[in-house]
Design a protein around this ligand. Sequence first.
Ligand code: UDP
Ligand code: MG
Length: 319
Amino acid sequence: MQESVSVIIPVYNEEESLSHLYKKLKDALDGLKRPYEIVFVDDGSSDSTLEILEEMQKKDEKVVAVSFRKNFGQTAAMAAGFAYSKGDIIITMDADLQNDPDDIPLLLEKIKDHDVVSGWRKERKDPFLSRRLPSVIANWLISTVTGVKLHDYGCTLKAYRKEVVKNIKLYGEMHRFIPAIASWVGARTTEVETHHYPRLYGKSKYGISRTIRVILDLITVKFLQSFSTRPIHAFGPPGLLMEGVGFLMAFYLIFEKFILGKSIGGRPMLFLSVLLIILGVQLIVMGLLGEMLARVYHESQGKPIYVVKKVLGSHGESQ
Ligand code: UDP
Ligand code: MG
């Protein structure tokens, strides 16, 4: 049996684009000669997006339309798409025709021996200052910090094996980090050059402020990767260092005051010492709180701290 394909498309106020998109997508998917479905997720649109999707769904049983009560954002829409899709291969793309459905066969070719294939909009057709420049910096930063080198984390056109997305919970703007998160637990990740077109209808939903959110999400993702099972190792070392230096200074001042009989009331070192001691304690306590949270997180979700590839030989179900 051919592996089936689910195409997931978050849609927020894209009424003019939908019919063109649907037509191009149908042509591309019919050409694949394998089972497929198109999962549109209406992210609380206020235009006629939902009515158009309902019409499409009535006429075409391969269309699934999920509709949100309000606008929850592109990441949430994607998460819903993953949850409601049945395909073995999951492809995500934008609704605004900036991605090209004709690139899908390329992604499917690559996914044969990979788990994640990311599109790379090599000739990206977006404004330079507000989109392309921040994107170059963001991609460099994300690649460096995560250790997973991709040219275009922001490209929505990507393909995943279903196990990859079904096991990742998404928050914030985190859909773009799926390739990195997946790679950390052993997914084989690659990228292919894909086409990109200027937006023909409607407006982009994002501006420069997105870059800041992406950088904050990167900090979260990196922290979770490195320290989610041992937060005290992140907060503890600087905490201990501050404690150590703070106490050394305090002892020195005590020596000056009681042995040398000097006045220490106006010494900047006194303030620094007190500051370091207090900050140090706070960091260590934060680490301990983090440890408690980590236990709650892993144990309440029954989430193990490892990912098993396979088990060979006989093994009982553990209790
Ligand atoms: N989108 C969404 N919810 C949002 C914002 C955007 O579902 O809150 C969808 C939007 O309809 C489009 C895709 O996400 O299909 C990408 O959005 P956009 O084209 O505005 O982003 P850009 O291409 O400018 O980065
Ligand atoms: Mg777009």
